[in-house]
Design a protein around this ligand. Structure first.
Ligand SMILES: Nc1nc2c(c(=O)[nH]1)N[C@H]1C(S)=C(S)[C@@H](COP(=O)(O)O)O[C@H]1N2
Ligand SMILES: [Mo]
Length: 454
């Protein structure tokens, strides 16, 4: 069956169905007559009159990919926004600090369960990467729309097109900045967070307009042909879709080189491959060898990832030789050597480091509880604590902790990991460990903790 939607003829200006000059009301929404609009409609840019030939293209295939994205992208978006909230915007340690009306409500990020941020960020980064093949497949499936001329025939269509541009542009931008942030050591500095945050809102705005507009079409297309039917149809029996084409079904298709089942398998296989090549970074063990796409996947056995090495942070053995911890916020400053800290009651807890990049590792930490240190400093029930590293510069040299993060029984200034002294790379002489917190706030090479009285 022929696609009932107007298909671009070789010279669309002679096609009465696409030539608005023959239409008393051109439906452009710009009032009639709209000479400018008609002039635009008649001038299809050269080279854009492409013949799209894949018989697989059509509302069903686009909707199938769309349904996956409809389920997955909200999870990626919400976990992304939650990650921003977990960074503690009220301490201005969530970047960008000043986002005007796009600021999320402040709330205390929970400390239970301890794997909360690990799960959140694993979902955000993991699903965000795994869904890339589906995003690309969906874009492939709607390419003919990009070449439609005139680009829009009414004001409503102009708005739809703009929302689509925001959706696609925002999504591709998020994928590119996200992947670059994982692969390179914060090449963006502050601007990664800024760019990724604003990019997210551009995407969200496009998504919120696009979904309600297309949902009825999607439901109709998916109801029209069952997945079971598609999965039973081989390449030989694959035909172009019938029914409303929405500008997707080719008027003049080539014979199929792949079944729809094959196309779904190809995209699903692509996603599975991304999963295998990335998950090993978090799963560890032999899976680690498969994590070739992840910079922190290939750690020697028995070790766990180092985000920033001591060398990169400018910390040497000599620099920490006469190290003392300074506690402030109470009536008098308190200064403690590592030996004095080791002589205090020690607490042991198994806690994850969960980086914003999506990798995580769970180890057993031993050290002094933060609430014990607050008491030593002379501050009961601190409302927050500011932790400073002896690292002189760098984005992550300091962090602020909320009241519940200081008070938690498993929150500590860790001196040891897995029964041995911390290595210099993992923060020797002492580092922060707090349940459910983003890895970036597990400050290494701690020099000062300033407790804010409650
Ligand atoms: N002083 C300091 N502490 C820091 C960082 C840093 O750059 N400087 N990086 C943080 C980040 S982003 C993470 S994910 C964890 C990683 O800890 P690890 O290197 O021991 O695995 O350390 C955190 N602590
Ligand atoms: Mo991190």
């Amino acid at each position: 069956m022929r696609d009932p939607a107007p298909h671009p003829a070789p010279d669309s200006s002679t096609d009465p169905s696409t030539d608005p000059s023959t239409d008393p009301d051109d439906g452009s929404g710009f009032g009639s007559p709209a000479p400018l609009w008609r002039a635009v409609a008649r001038r299809r840019p050269p080279g854009t009159d492409v013949r799209w030939r894949s018989p697989l293209r059509g509302p069903w295939l686009t909707s199938a990919f769309g349904l996956v994205l409809l389920v997955v992208l909200p999870v990626v978006t919400v976990t992304g926004l939650l990650s921003y909230a977990a960074y503690g915007p009220r301490f201005d340690q969530a970047y960008p600090g000043d986002v005007g009306f796009l600021r999320l409500p402040d709330f205390d990020w929970p400390t239970d369960p301890p794997w909360l941020y690990r799960l959140n960020q694993g979902l955000h980064v993991g699903l965000g990467l795994v869904v890339v093949p589906v995003v690309l497949a969906k874009l492939w499936s709607v390419i003919p729309k990009l070449f439609q001329w005139p680009p829009a025939r009414s004001l409503a269509q102009v708005l739809e097109r703009v929302s689509l541009l925001m959706l696609v542009g925002g999504l591709l931008f998020e994928i590119v900045t996200g992947v670059l942030n994982i692969q390179y050591d914060y090449v963006f500095g502050f601007s990664f967070y800024t760019a990724h945050y604003y990019g997210a809102w551009v995407f969200i705005a496009g998504f919120v307009v696009h979904v309600p507009l297309k949902l009825p079409t999607m439901v109709r297309a998916l109801r029209g042909t069952s997945l079971r039917e598609v999965m039973r149809t081989g390449r030989e029996d694959t035909r172009p879709e019938t029914g409303p084409g929405h500008g997707l079904i080719p008027a003049d298709p080539d014979p199929p080189t792949l079944s729809r089942r094959g196309a779904l398998g190809l995209v699903g296989g692509g996603s599975l491959l991304v999963l295998v090549l990335t998950a090993g970074q978090t799963v560890g063990g032999v899976a680690r060898y498969a994590a070739v796409l992840m910079p922190r996947g290939r750690q020697p056995a028995g070790t766990f990832p180092v985000n920033k090495t001591a060398e990169a942070a400018g910390i040497s053995r000599e620099a920490v030789a006469g190290w003392r911890l300074t506690l402030t916020g109470g009536a008098a400053e308190v200064s403690l050597t590592r030996e004095q800290l080791l002589a205090l009651p020690q607490h042991t807890a198994t806690l994850p480091i969960a980086c914003v990049e999506g990798w995580s590792t769970t180890q057993t930490w031993t050290g002094v509880r933060l609430r014990d240190l607050a008491r030593l400093a002379g501050v009961t029930d601190p409302s927050s604590a500011r932790v400073d590293s002896i690292q002189e510069s760098g984005l992550f040299r300091a962090a602020s902790l909320q009241a519940n993060q200081v008070a938690h029984a498993d929150s500590m200034l860790a001196l040891q990991v897995d029964g041995a002294d911390l290595t210099l790379d993992h923060g020797y002489p002492a580092r922060i460990m707090v349940p459910a917190i983003p890895g970036v706030h597990c400050t290494k090479w701690v020099g000062t903790i300033d407790f804010e009285a409650g």
